[in-house]
Design a protein around this ligand. Structure first.
Ligand SMILES: Nc1ncnc2c1ncn2[C@@H]1O[C@H](COP(=O)(O)OP(=O)(O)OP(=O)(O)O)[C@@H](O)[C@H]1O
Ligand SMILES: [Mg+2]
Length: 314
């Protein structure tokens, strides 16, 4: 459904998006994660044809966003991070107004408006003025607006920001309905655990660059495969056991870093490998006569993963 290749956007001398490549399959719910200023909105505005890329391509359902923006607009429903709504309209009038802009007839508009309000759980606010709606309700009304022309791809820029836990849960339900309707969804957020719960796949960017793109469980495996092993040793006959162990570990393939832990008998071993490799590593230590009293790799939670993958060097 979406293929982005080497997408780059430069503002003056500043590169906001730096050769980003990613793809999303049909019917996927894809999370787009990154800290403030990572380039999420820039990417989404390019996909919605509101911003031209400096270089690179983005193709939606076979249509290039710069070559055929008019056709892309038919394929895409975009919900921006900040939106203006016409306050003097009632909820149903607001949707009716946009449906009229798309050229739908009166009976069709009445049916659509009622279906869309139902989908975003605003049926009971049908006759409420837009300015009387809460922020979360306005966001849901904007989502309904983005759906009017029945787009294949929905681009939602932080639809759950500022929502309370209940509204967030409701939003998850709405996204599930969209998926069941066969829509493909790209949804951005700063909150990795929240997105990983509801998405099939994720892209993480930082400073305009790709950090990770793939299935949610692949991210967990990818990160877990890089977590440090906590190694605890017993002192040998010649006292401090760590120099000998560190010397042996340094030679071992996959070992990326060795640091001292909280006390003199603990080492934190950066190791890129799976559990088979860990078992071999432990065996090598034991064979060399190192007395190991603790050996484990603590599981990474997703919040930690986010901090880890978006760790800034600048
Ligand atoms: N019109 C512009 N002119 C100059 N710089 C811009 C412009 N729009 C965005 N930027 C810069 O590009 C970078 C990416 O911004 P963008 O809005 O895409 O980030 P974001 O990931 O959506 O962040 P947030 O999580 O805060 O919404 C930021 O450093 C921002 O200051
Ligand atoms: Mg943004």
């Amino acid at each position: 459904m979406l293929e982005i290749r080497e997408l780059t956007r430069v503002y003056g001398h500043f590169t906001a998006l730096d050769h980003l490549s990613m793809s999303i399959g049909d019917g996927e719910l894809h999370g787009f994660v990154g800290p403030n200023g990572a380039g999420k909105t820039t990417t989404m505005r390019i996909l919605a044809t509101l911003l031209a890329p400096t270089s690179g391509t983005a193709v939606i359902d076979g249509v290039d966003v710069t070559e055929n923006p008019r056709r892309v607009r038919e394929l895409v429903g975009y919900m921006p991070d900040f939106f203006g709504v016409y306050d003097h309209l009632k909820s149903w009038e607001y949707l009716d107004f946009y449906a009229r802009c798309y050229g739908f007839g009166q009976s069709e508009r009445a049916r659509m408006t009622s279906q869309l309000l139902d989908l975003v759980n605003l049926s009971d606010k049908k006759d409420a003025y837009v300015d009387s709606l809460s922020r979360g309700m306005k966001q849901r009304l904007c989502l309904a607006h983005a759906l009017i022309h029945d787009p294949k791809l929905l681009i939602l820029d932080e639809p759950a920001s500022g929502m309370d836990p209940r509204a967030r849960a409701e939003m998850k339900g709405i996204l599930k309905s969209l998926k069941d309707m066969g829509k493909t969804v790209l949804i951005s957020s700063h909150i990795l655990p929240e997105l990983s719960e509801m998405c099939d796949s994720l892209t993480i960017i930082d400073h305009g660059k790709l950090v990770f793109s793939g299935a949610v469980d692949a991210l967990a495996r990818h990160m877990q495969g890089q977590a440090a092993i906590h190694l605890r040793l017993l002192p040998g006959e010649d006292g401090d056991p760590t120099p000998a162990a560190a010397a042996l570990l340094k030679q071992y393939p996959g070992v990326t870093a060795i640091e001292r832990g909280d006390d003199s008998c603990t080492l934190l071993v950066g190791y890129e490998g799976d559990e088979d490799g860990m078992a071999d590593l432990l065996q090598a230590l034991l064979r060399a006569g190192v007395r190991v009293s603790g050996f484990h790799r603590p599981p990474m939670n997703l919040e930690k993963v986010f901090m880890e993958v978006t760790r800034s060097d600048s």
